[in-house]
Design a protein around this ligand. Structure first.
Ligand SMILES: [Zn+2]
Length: 144
């Protein structure tokens, strides 16, 4: 069988399903129905998750970690300043930015403001990560 290695992962998945179906065909027809129902369910949930993760969901939570440890986990609407010791992160008016960092490159400071779910500011030298997570809150981020 010729497998396409490049291109859509869904396409590869289909080839795999076809292969599985061929095996099942030799077993029992009722098994095919069961298998296809299961596979179909998998595809639907896969497609659903890949679509929903690609969309810009409303920003809701700000998670700040240092060395992988969570220092702050709060709503994006909680106006506050978080000091990690090396970095100062400001959460204000639904936006997050790195106000100060003691790193040499200052990439994190120059990153500017972020306000959408899925966006993040990373300070590599200090291993500080600021992430915005999505949620079910009001769609104030979409209108931007
Ligand atoms: Zn930095």
């Amino acid at each position: 069988m010729h497998l396409k290695t490049s291109g859509d992962p869904v396409l590869i998945l289909f080839f795999l399903i076809k292969a599985v179906m061929n095996i099942f065909h030799e077993i029992r027809k009722s098994d095919i129905i069961l298998a296809s129902a299961l596979i179909l369910g998998c595809i639907i949930s896969l497609a659903y998750f890949s679509v929903s993760s690609r969309e810009l969901s409303p920003a809701s939570t700000v998670v700040i970690t240092k060395d992988g440890k969570i220092l702050e986990n709060c709503s994006i609407h909680d106006d506050k300043t978080v000091d990690t010791g090396s970095n100062t992160i400001v959460i204000k008016g639904g936006e997050v930015y790195m106000e100060h960092a003691d790193c040499k490159n200052q990439i994190c400071v120059r990153e500017g403001k972020i306000s959408h779910a899925g966006q993040s500011i990373v300070c590599m030298p200090n291993r500080v990560v600021v992430e915005i997570k999505g949620g079910d809150e009001a769609y104030d981020a979409i209108t931007r």
